[in-house]
Design a protein around this ligand. Sequence first.
Ligand code: NAI
Ligand code: BGC
Length: 274
Amino acid sequence: MSATGGKFENQVAIVTGASSGLGKACAIHMGSLGAKVVVNYHSGEEEAEEVVKEIKQRGGEGLAVQADVSKEPEILNLFTKTVDTFGRLDILVSNAGLQVDAPFLEMTLEQWQKVIDVNLTGQFLCSREASKIFIRQSRATAAEERSERAIGKIVMMSSVHDIIPWAGHINYAASKGGLLMLMKSIAQELAPYKIRINSVSPGAIKTPINKEVWSDESKYKELLELIPYQRIGTPEDVAKAVAWLASDDSDYVHGETLYIDGGMTLYPAFSDNG
Ligand code: NAI
Ligand code: BGC
């Protein structure tokens, strides 16, 4: 299959945390639609190279780059390497994230800080660096060649837990709740530059992050009670929505959150009660 002539032809995308789960699916999907994809990874080098291989097999281009999203020098290096290799940047899928679960009363400062550093500060650093590049590129483009459309697109990976409180995961829920306002405030500030930023907020999607739940029969049954649509999501369910938000098809969508959750945010416990 060839990726040439796709929706993202001549566009360069960075996907953070792309060696597994949702990031991997986004990188492969966008690569197969013609984007040149930088597959950022933290520790899974082999898995990241596999993702690059799959993008190439589908006719696309890819490059694996190691960086911890919570470390500023590593992020500066990630963005520099991207532009040095592919010449530009058009899309950031700011996906990397993790859970470090503990009851509130027992949560250590390290457990709190780790999740905030990766899930919130990492998104701040990546969005800031991407935006600087978008603006620099736009200023280097002759006025008559500038289009009315976005000069760059950012899609943040949030979660239904940006609005559903989550006992036992307060660091995670706080990071995603913070992301909601981070995204909207950046959207307000950067709209005049024509940089588009939106979030997707998935419900339960089958990835390594929640393997403990979907791999256990009784926990999986309990999980389905929270999903009116009666199935767990797939990484591809999310990747398709991310690609739409990163494309010109959604050019007038800005500062929004798209919930991809099989109805998890519909308060299913109220369906025959209350
Ligand atoms: P995952 O565990 O497969 O992927 C997370 C990725 O982030 C991994 O590749 C990991 O190496 C990377 N990562 C962790 N710390 C990093 C760091 N410091 N620097 C760079 N990369 C780092 O799990 P999944 O589900 O694919 O998670 C991706 C994102 O989706 C996360 O932000 C998560 O919060 C979010 N999400 C996942 C849902 C799900 O049900 N799977 C639902 C809602 C949101
Ligand atoms: C979490 C998953 C969980 C899902 C639905 C995500 O943000 O990372 O572990 O299954 O939300 O609760």
